[in-house]
Design a protein around this ligand. Sequence first.
Ligand code: NIG
Ligand code: FE
Length: 420
Amino acid sequence: MLLINIGQLLTLHSSAVKQGPRRGADLKQLGILEDAAVLCIGGKIVSVGTTKDALRDPWIRKNRKQLAEIDCGGNVVIPGFVDSHTHPVFVSPRLVDFEKRIEGASYEEIAAAGGGIRSSLEGVRQAAMSKLTAKVLRVLQDMAAHGTTTVEAKSGYGLTLESELKSLEAIREASDGWAGTVVPTLLGAHVVPKEFQGCSQKYVEIVCKEMIPRAAKRNLAQFVDVFCDKGAFAPEETEQIFAAAKEDGLSVRAHMGQLSETALAPLLRFNPASFDHMDHVNNEDVKQLAKLDTITTLVPGANYFLGLKSYPDARRFIDAGVPVALATDYNPGTSPTISMPMAMSLACTQMKMSPAEAIAAATINGAWALRLADRKGSIEPGKDADLAVFDVEDYREVPYWYGVNHCRMTVLNGVIAASD
Ligand code: NIG
Ligand code: FE
């Protein structure tokens, strides 16, 4: 495949930036090439350069007829988004919660009154796997139509051994039917289900002794996630679950600081890939994170949808040298959006990230958050052919035109998906 006449190609590759996840000023280095071309063969990027040089290249001239040629007509091409935090395995939207919140109830009040995560459990427990698979596949396709090519997908709305494994199997089946890349995460520790209220330790044991070993053995998950917060799991329980994950060879990540502040230091020995949400974090932890490769994943869609006035302090993290990523947090309770451009728009307007920072956070740092930066997140020879073509002239238009999809085409591991 040969893409030519790219107005701005955001390679996200620059020899001037430091190794590792992007931090501080490096987050703005987009490695822009104008009037560019990209050659992809066998699902990989083979070369990147100007259109003029590509069309003069002897190999390309000789083989041009066999290449699918895509004239980008001056459009912007960026690395496919890496949405590193999503919860796609659920059955129904939570419309009653939506209305209650509009009338003034908070996320925690709604959960205490029987809404929230617990109200999504019955649907998943009863659903046939094929129904869940179809739902997840539809979401993946919608995401691709908006420029996303890699998705982290969590279980977490079944919360029994059987329904968590069923959710992970649905993720696997759906990803088999999708050209992009899916990273599965076991979120058995999403909330303590009603049956275990008052004896959360018993439930934690099921997570540690049944869910994690079974998911690991069947290769159904790469990560284990925990919702560590008031009303969910305590820091000690989180440590216990992380220890079980490590024992079975799975990497860890956690929802931290969404509703209240929890010290991060005790969890660092598990080398978490990311801490997500991070609305409430202390200064010591910020300093510590600046020295590590653990990514702080910001999900402003959740703050927006919950109608909160405050957003995570992205500038504080970036200015301190903490590597940040952006993700949708797609889920029925706090962030029912599949759109990375929407998350980026919120990052710009509500968290004061620049469009350039938002792009890097949604691509290369998302790849770091999933430990896939060797294959994903930038456009350079050797990496997977994951690209998104936006029908705009300037990359800053991607977060600018909120609420409308300007993604014209996505390339997922070398396979083309048109958006319209
Ligand atoms: O990331 N915070 C925990 N999990 C989700 C919310 C899930 C839900 O409300 O269904 C989140 O915001
Ligand atoms: Fe989440």
